[in-house]
Design a protein around this ligand. Structure first.
Ligand SMILES: *Cc1c(COP(=O)(O)O)cnc(C)c1O
Length: 229
């Protein structure tokens, strides 16, 4: 297994899909999902040019990346569900929280984001939407999402950055595609109401990233295809 070879293969597939879908490669960020991955493999991904990393747990990330904070352009995002009592640590450690799935969490993150060492960089937040059948987390519908976006825009020290979803785990590509379409549609609605904010779409994992690119993804969260295959 070689991280560099895996990344080259993924990059090739991303490029081909972009060409087929009429999209620009530079609209899309490739995140390396590094949960449970040891630092030496993460270093290999960094050496191959990956600058955005996703972790699912606050504790694991803050221990693993303790010496990484000033690493050339690296960004670490939380992509796993966040308990309220860990919001303070999360707000201080991460560059971005992608799993904001309820209003009380937005309030809590805002309360603690001023403790960040580098206040010139506000804490970025993605709102998570529930579009599939399996995962239970995320805002359930457009109405709830619009209200959350309003709260997020009013909250100090937070920067609205986009929408995140996980498609259901299934071989049925139609279901996966309709999940991504729901998120893309929600983004269009948000852009109508809150036109000054750029809402990026975080969707697509190892098994479904090509569909996600076709449906407008701006951020692919890829773990096993980089670090395991
Ligand atoms: C683990 C995880 C991923 C990456 O999944 P792979 O199938 O390994 O690419 C992406 N997003 C979230 C929210 C995850 O928890």
């Amino acid at each position: 297994m070689s991280v560099a070879v895996n990344l080259a293969k993924i990059e090739d597939r991303i490029l081909k899909t972009c060409i087929r879908a009429g999209r620009k490669r530079e609209e899309i960020t490739l995140m390396g999902v590094s949960k449970f991955v040891p630092l030496n493999l993460i270093d290999e991904a960094f050496a191959s040019g990956v600058r955005c990393f996703g972790e699912s747990r606050v504790k694991e990330a803050s221990v693993k990346f303790v010496n990484w904070k000033n690493r050339d352009g690296a960004q670490i995002h939380l992509i796993g569900s966040l308990q309220r009592n860990k919001a303070k640590n999360a707000a201080q450690f991460f560059d971005c929280i992608q799993s904001a799935d309820r209003d009380e969490l937005i309030v809590e993150l805002s309360k603690h984001a001023h403790l960040r060492a580098n206040l010139e960089k506000p804490l970025k937040v993605f709102l998570e939407m529930h579009t599939g059948e399996e995962t239970k987390s995320g805002y359930e519908n457009l109405d709830a999402l619009l209200k959350a976006a309003e709260l997020l825009l009013e909250s100090g020290n937070l920067e609205p950055a986009g929408l995140m979803t996980m498609a259901p785990w299934t071989a049925d590509t139609g279901l996966i595609r309709s999940s991504f379409r729901q998120l893309a549609k929600a983004k269009m609605e948000l852009e109508k109401r809150f036109s000054k904010t750029e809402w990026r779409l975080s969707m697509g994992m190892s098994n479904d990233f090509e569909i996600a690119i076709e449906e407008g993804s701006n951020l692919l969260r890829i773990g096993s295809a980089i670090f395991k295959d």
